[in-house]
Design a binder for this molecule. Sequence first.
Ligand SMILES: *Cc1c(COP(=O)(O)O)cnc(C)c1O
Length: 363
Amino acid sequence: MKIPFNILNKTFLMHQDEYEKKILEIMRKGWYILGDEVKNFEIEFAKYIGSKYSIGVDNGLNALVLAFRELGIGEGDEVLVQGNTYIASVMGITMNRATPIFIEPDEFYNIDVNKIEDAITIRTKAICVVHLYGQASNMEEIKKIADKYKLHIVEDCAQSHGASFNSKKTGTFGIGCFSFYPSKNLGCFGDGGAITTNSELQNRDFRVLRNYGSEKRYYNEVVGYNSRLDELQAGLLRIKLSHLEELTNQRTYIANRYLNEIVNSKIELPKIRKGATSVWHLFIIKTNERDKLQEYLEKNGVGTVIHYPIPPHLSEAYKYLGYKEGDFPITEKHAKTILSIPLYNGMTDEEQSYVIDIINGYN
Ligand SMILES: *Cc1c(COP(=O)(O)O)cnc(C)c1O
């Protein structure tokens, strides 16, 4: 049997007729940028997340860039962010010329709240919380610290569509930054993203910033961006969003099978924080023999990926920050021991069982 790490068109095939009908409807209508599809998607997505507003943008990275820009965070300012994240979380900070301050993760792969206060200085302006792999971070403690030191919260929700902490969805605790890149839980058919906020002022600012700094056509208030979500992607996202609960339930079903049925003393399974839920964007296992295990799985037809092999502080792109190996030992250890195994919508029971059997047979 051969199980690839992911198969992207399965969710399309599940509701093919709906997607095809919508594509033709939009093509024939002749309105392709900032029309009814974007407007309706924004209303439906805000309702799903439980935020007052949502603003469609062109991708997850630019959602983050606009968030820090709106907050006025720039040169000389510091933003706290976990060291073990996808590099886009950090680029959202540095593209605004602010400085990322890395924090080690906890046992749930999210920012370790016990290490935040020591890193706060007079220059700290915000905490960038990444709900990594689909699990909500410890928002109760993060909110307490943010209130105490008057820091903004920017949530990187690129992997956590629908995950919650104490029954509140991620993206409602601060400015929520979402990606709809095809492999994300709510993926579109190209690039896409959204910002969520409860502030009317921020809602307006983001609408202006994503469209060349103008609210009224040809009247430009600030130097903005072209960061709009297309009508076509928005229309297709409306369909996917209407099925998201069912898609998340499928992912949870597979994750629960892995949690219950993978038994191998060499392998550590992911844990769930009390009060938090995960939407299982990725299923991460951990082992000291990672490269050997990956090779064994490959040989047996099971595709895997490492999310992520090089932590941002050691990447070529951030050489200028001056970090070296050993500066963040927990983050670096994770990069050497984690492995993501196949978990995707449309994966059959038989395929799940095969993955479980092969992993259990590793010794
Ligand atoms: C995917 C991702 C992003 C970036 O989203 P894009 O839409 O690809 O720009 C940011 N942060 C995290 C954690 C991601 O997984």
